[in-house]
Ligand binder design. Sequence first.
Ligand SMILES: Nc1nc2c(ncn2[C@@H]2O[C@H](COP(=O)(O)OP(=O)(O)O)[C@@H](O)[C@H]2O)c(=O)[nH]1
Ligand SMILES: [Mg+2]
Length: 219
Amino acid sequence: MEVIIMKELLEGNEKLAEENRKYFADRHILAVNLMGAPGAGKTTLISAIAKELKDIPVGVIEGDIASSIDAENLEKQGIHSSQINTCGECHLDSRVIRDGADQIDMRNAIVFVENVGNLICPAEFDLGEHVRLLAASVPEGDDKPFKYVPMFSYADAVVLTKSDLKEAVGFDRENFIKGLHAVSQAPVFDVSLKKGTEPAGISAVADYLKKKYEELYKA
Ligand SMILES: Nc1nc2c(ncn2[C@@H]2O[C@H](COP(=O)(O)OP(=O)(O)O)[C@@H](O)[C@H]2O)c(=O)[nH]1
Ligand SMILES: [Mg+2]
């Protein structure tokens, strides 16, 4: 796999984001910027959504500071993926998204951008996406919407991942929702994708994205 290297912090990110939006529209692509902390379950989520979305192909532009582990794993599952290495930068920018999209070269598809894992920098960079999805995992704690306001207010929808761990870690969902509602009205999807168990809650996320896709391209 040829890994795309992100070389410099972007000037004119907004302009390139608009160009990406046009590029995606020309190809009938719904672009989803998936953000979240390292280990929140982003790659697991993409793979489960791809299985659920049987009639819409899914592609992935993977962003990591180093390695191509996620893209290689997704490719093994038959999910077309490209890998960007940001070389230490804590977010992706619009220019590399275009390179990643060219590499997977898809049409009539939902393309996820798995952003670099953290709850801070990605909320400052428009990539030309249509949907901003935040994976917030239960073990991170129910207080995170109070602490990471820019990220939680940036997201169009929140996937509460690792819901199977609620009891084990004493997660107070009401407090989480209180924090979220103070800054956002984004819908919340509770999902559990624990290895070796039946997936729970994933069809609602897939339906949400399918509806967004159809609103854009099948109206
Ligand atoms: N218990 C549990 N573990 C999960 C769930 N989703 C993901 N994981 C595990 O969490 C770890 C990190 O997942 P990954 O998808 O790589 O996270 P990423 O770094 O955000 O892409 C892996 O060991 C996954 O198997 C879940 O719903 N429940
Ligand atoms: Mg990942």
